[in-house]
Design a protein around this ligand. Structure first.
Ligand code: ADP
Length: 189
């Protein structure tokens, strides 16, 4: 269980749980949201390209995201395994990732789906906007991100259910520790 994808709507806790899981597995975590925010902070070409999409709560184009992941997974640090957080978010990304992993003969071990009710997500994200000041945590943008998740990313869960990769549904509404132990319990780590 060393190649894992974390899925779930914005605010479900993918970042927090992804980091804890990567630590438990002794592998790197790749968060596409963080990679993009760092690119923006550095003022790179990627950052400039991503900015308008992110601020509107829209997705950055698939080719851009596939390029980022291709580069991350090709690095030697990813060879023992990884936790992906925030990717794939569209069926085209899942398909592209699958092709990459098939070429390498290293399929995913599991997809973790963190499930949290919409009203709780909105509550968590509006609290976060006050604390962290992330531009995309503004209320209108949060609603757009949830809609984009329903339109573009929920189909990815169904897509994985049609493959050999196990999709493990986890109740993400409990405390950080409760959710962490249910993830590790399901993965047997
Ligand atoms: P959250 O999951 O809380 O919405 P992230 O930090 O994962 O936040 O992502 C923030 C933003 O970065 C997204 O709204 C989107 O604009 C962009 N982004 C991150 N990952 C992807 C991806 N795989 N495909 C397209 N856009 C992405």
């Amino acid at each position: 269980m060393k190649r894992v994808v974390m899925m779930g709507p914005p605010g479900a806790g993918k970042g927090t749980q992804g980091a804890l899981l990567a630590l438990a597995l002794g592998v790197n975590r790749y968060s596409t949201g963080e990679i993009l925010r760092e690119a923006r902070a550095a003022g790179s070409k990627l950052g400039l390209e991503a900015k308008s999409f992110m601020d509107a709560g829209e997705l950055v184009p698939d080719e851009v995201m596939l390029g980022i992941i291709d580069e991350a997974l090709a690095s030697p640090e990813a060879s023992p395994g990884y936790v992906l957080d925030g990717f794939p978010r569209t069926v085209a990304q899942a398909d592209g990732l699958n092709a990459m992993l098939e070429r390498a003969g290293r399929p995913l071990d599991a997809v973790i789906l963190l499930e949290v009710a919409d009203d709780e997500l909105v509550r968590r994200l509006s609290g976060r906007s006050l604390v962290d000041g992330r531009a995309d945590d503004a209320p209108e943008t949060v609603l757009r991100r949830l809609a984009v998740y329903a339109e573009e990313t929920e189909p990815v869960v169904e897509w994985y259910r049609g493959t050999a990769v196990p999709v493990l549904s986890i109740d993400g509404s409990g405390s950080i520790e409760t959710v962490q132990s249910s993830i590790q319990g399901q993965l047997g780590v």
